[in-house]
Design a protein around this ligand. Structure first.
Ligand code: ARG
Ligand code: ZN
Length: 874
């Protein structure tokens, strides 16, 4: 907590480090309520450093005990301890620096650095957590070879882990000392240590060059039956990265540890990934299909970081998307290969359109490569991660799959062992393909969501279609007058028979036939399609080919046509969403009726057994309230809620027979398996159930039967959610009580139970949330619980979060203030929904702003919270 206003750090101020650390030897003595850290750093002055530059090490909340250089203890006047630094002015060219300090992991509630979770010790060092362990050059361009010794009570901490390979083990009276060595040099943010009474599941993987790798997942004993799926997902990831990117694993052992208290999803520490237990543990009885898919994706993500992040890392934190955008892109391609590529694309577009577009249109908007930040933890965002992945995906669209692979091969080969920038990545793509991506790089520097409008004129006599595309990107904080971007527009022209027409476009140089991509590179461009024998229906931005907002006038009839005929699955879904959005807009007075054509179209989708059920499930899912809000000029949450409900009811009633038939057809007595085909069938079956309960009471009875019979959490949870959202409060309470009685001993399941209630429009009022916060299952120190209650409330139960009396906003602000000091990262993340205040109808907007002002007025704001609140109030 700072007294002075926290200051911004700028990319332009980047300077190479004055010193390097060739080797780092750390000794941790884990004692009863503190830990003694001894470090021995073999250092030298960098060649280009000024001769007399002082050494300034980072450190936070450390109790310094001693400093010595080349074996000689320094006197206190030979160094200077600042609030967050240790400075040593006079040093030789090469030297050995030894430091001893004490830290207090038991008191660490921020969950950064070394802390306790349950009975174990664990670490989280990215981005700047290592400086809470010892004084160090805690920046990603300082890479060192680490050796770690851990000394602890042999009984309490039978498992002691760090990065790399185990090189030594010794018994010292009652204590044990283990030593680990990581041969790969790495920045401090990839350091990890774990100690606890853990069990492990093991497996092995033989790499493409025939090396055997031990795979281990460490968990607390009660979770040992939840490791199988992650182990399998790990093996699939390792094989996939060999096949698709030619990347092989590079140590003899790969470890994953599950911890209950974790700020984020997981962390890619070299050879020792640490996971939020919710992102790795699963068995059929406790985890839903969605959880299985999330686990598979995150296991893959962290594993893929071994190359995109660890072997090649970031020069500085402004380059965060270098590793995160690329790695999200990699894990998305992996998931697409494991399940349905179209469905994965739909899910990713949904996140972009609801969460990322909102961020890009709000006070925290920032480019994929930001220019400045106050607190780097605030920049682990959907823009850095998901938009960053979209930008990489556009490069692949432009270069094609083969060209992209050539580029990634060159990137890994050229930069192995280095800390580099986003532009080094782009340069490798350019050099491997002989293309110039100068213009494309604007995607990295300009924040905001570009808007692309399309106008077309068909000339029957000339058989031409003239398409005019215009792009503009709105101003964002600190950035005005944006330049045109290079936007790949994947498109098709569809004839009356529903088939794609041949594309013959002028200028031909703007068209890549392989990927069916038209390159829009100017503010306005006109393209002429020749040989167009009939008026076509335009299908633009197939496969969500660019993260833009599209404005293209198409009638409901045309949208219905696209929904039924487009050869691009993503655009079938998109047409359906646009159609539903039109319906919701027209249902403002809560009245809505489907046309016969629309009813019949959706009925035949439901009955079409040739379609992927997961896809059909998305085709019939209404846009979420957050999605609708993002596509509204002024957001009125109550009106959105009512209108959406009216459309939902109309669908439920007019397609009731089809939903029931679909549900019955997809029911299965086979035992649960977390495999793609079964997951797809369950998703449609449970969607059908969710509509059925809205249509009449027989649906609710079926939900109870399904709840009772379920042998897996997917079906049990779907029945519970359908019941909670049915509006039958008594029946909802009955099932909720049964659920808690069955699962109160399993923290991860209890979190799901909390979030079903907190995120429900039928239950999650501010008063109800306050009662959940009093429930014995709730715990402010555990981020998963905070997210399950406060996060679910503010992001999902929008109609209650935006209650007209402001009670929802007040509740959120109370939570932020409560966590501000204890866990600044979580406090800051919770703030998201309040930052959108300018988009709301005036009465709500003022109430939201008042809560932001209330937080601002509080002294002692953490950097994290200060940055978000102060930027939101500008
Ligand atoms: N690098 C991690 C990932 O794979 C995220 C860790 C971020 N941690 C944090 N405290 N900000 O995405
Ligand atoms: Zn990552």
């Amino acid at each position: 907590m700072k007294d002075a206003q926290p200051k911004a750090i700028y990319l332009n101020d980047y300077r190479e480090p004055d010193f390097r650390i060739d080797t780092t030897e750390l000794t941790f003595a884990l004692e009863e309520d503190s830990t003694l850290v001894s470090s021995k750093l073999v250092m030298q002055r960098n060649q280009n450093a000024e001769n007399n530059a002082a050494l300034v090490l980072h450190g936070q909340e450390l109790e310094l005990l001693s400093v010595s250089v080349d074996g000689k203890l320094l006197a206190p006047e030979q160094y200077e301890v600042g609030e967050e630094t240790l400075t040593i002015a006079t040093l030789p060219e090469r030297f050995v620096l030894e430091i001893q300090n004490r830290i207090y992991p038991h008191k660490n509630t921020a969950l950064e650095g070394l802390y306790r979770s349950g009975g174990m010790y664990c670490t989280q060092c990215e981005a700047e957590g290592f400086r809470r362990i010892t004084y160090y050059l805690d920046r990603p361009d300082v890479m060192s070879v680490f050796t770690t010794h851990i000394i602890a009570d042999a009984e309490k901490y039978p498992v002691m882990l760090s990065n790399g390979n185990l090189i030594d083990e010794q018994q010292l009276d009652g204590k044990r000392k283990v030593s680990w060595h990581d041969p790969h040099k790495k920045p401090a943010y990839l350091f990890a240590l774990v100690a606890g009474d853990l069990l492990c599941s093991s497996d092995e993987f033989v790499t493409m060059s025939g090396r055997k790798v031990d795979l281990r997942i460490f968990v607390e004993p009660q979770n040992i039956d939840k490791t199988e799926y992650a182990l399998d997902a790990l093996k699939r990831s390792m094989r996939w990265d060999e096949e698709v990117y030619g990347r092989e694993y590079d140590l003899d052992i790969f470890m994953i540890v599950a911890v209950d208290d974790f700020n984020m999803g997981a962390m890619e520490n070299k050879g020792l990934n640490i996971f939020n237990s919710s992102c790795v543990l699963a068995n059929p009885a406790t985890a839903t299909d969605a959880a299985y898919q999330r686990i598979e994706a995150i296991v893959a993500h962290e594993y893929f970081h071994n190359w995109s992040g660890n072997r090649v890392t970031c020069r500085d934190w402004f380059q965060l998307s270098l590793k995160e955008g690329f790695t999200v892109f990699r894990d998305a391609s992996f998931s697409a290969d494991m399940h349905s590529a179209t469905v994965k694309r739909i899910e990713d577009a949904n996140i972009m359109r609801t969460v990322q577009f909102a961020e890009d249109g709000g006070p925290m908007a920032h480019p994929v490569q930001p220019d400045s930040f106050i607190e780097i933890s605030n920049f682990y965002t959907v823009t850095i991660y998901e938009k960053g992945a979209e930008v990489v995906g556009m490069i692949r669209k432009i270069l094609g799959t083969e060209g992209f692979r050539k580029g990634s091969d060159l990137y890994f080969e050229r930069h192995d062992g280095q800390a580099v920038t986003i532009y080094d990545f782009v340069a490798a793509m350019e050099d491997a393909n002989g293309v110039d991506l100068t213009l494309f790089k604007r995607w990295y520097k300009q924040a905001g969501t570009p808007r692309v409008s399309a106008e077309s004129v068909y000339d029957a006599a000339a058989q031409t279609l003239t398409l005019t595309l215009r792009q503009m990107c709105p101003d964002t904080p600190g950035q005005t007058g944006k330049l045109p971007m290079w936007i790949p527009v994947q498109l098709g022209l569809i004839g009356g028979d529903g088939q794609d027409m041949a594309v013959n476009v002028e200028p031909a140089s703007a068209w890549t036939a392989d990927s069916q991509v038209l390159h829009l590179t100017e503010a306005e461009q006109t393209f002429v399609f020749h040989g167009v024998t009939e008026q076509p229906v335009l299908s633009l931005f197939r496969d969500f080919s660019a993260p833009v907002k599209v404005e293209c006038e198409q009638s409901n009839e045309e949208l219905l046509f696209l929904l039924q005929n487009d050869s691009d699955g993503f655009n079938r879904w998109d047409a359906g969403q646009r159609l539903m959005l039109n319906w919701i807009r027209s249902a403002a007075d809560s009245q809505f009726e489907l046309t016969d054509d629309a009813r019949n179209a959706f009925a035949s989708l439901l009955a079409d057994e040739s379609l992927d059920p997961a896809m059909v499930s998305y085709l019939l899912t209404l846009p979420s309230e957050a999605y609708i809000a993002e596509f509204s000029d002024v957001v009125d949450p109550a009106a959105i809620h009512k209108a959406r409900k009216a459309v939902q009811l109309a669908l439920a009633e007019s397609l009731q027979a089809e939903f029931i038939a679909c549900y019955q057809r997809l029911r299965s007595d086979a035992s649960y398996q977390p495999v793609a085909a079964d997951m797809a069938a369950r998703s449609l079956k449970n969607l059908a159930l969710s509509y059925w309960v809205k249509a009449d009471a027989s649906g609710l009875q079926q939900a109870e039967r399904q709840y009772t019979a379920a042998d897996n959490m997917t079906d049990q949870m779907a029945a519970l959610v359908a019941t909670v959202n049915s509006g039958d409060r008594a029946q909802a309470q009955t099932l909720l009580d049964r659920f808690y009685a069955q699962w109160s001993g399993d923290a991860l399941v209890v979190n799901q139970w909390l979030s079903v209630q907190a995120g429900s429009a039928e239950m999650g009022t501010a008063d109800y949330i306050r009662s959940l916060l009093q429930h014995p299952a709730f715990d402010w120190r555990n981020p998963n619980k905070v997210r399950s209650v406060i996060g679910a409330f503010a992001n999902q139960a929008l109609v209650h979060f935006h209650a007209t009396d402001g009670s929802g906003y007040e509740l959120l602000a109370d939570a932020v203030l409560r966590l501000n000091e204890a866990n600044p990262q979580i406090a800051s993340r919770l703030l998201g929904p309040l930052t959108k205040w300018k988009r709301l109808v005036p009465a709500q907007s003022q109430l939201m702003k008042a809560q932001l002002e209330r937080i601002m007025a509080q002294g002692n704001l953490s950097k994290d919270v200060y940055e978000v609140v102060s930027k939101s109030l500008i």
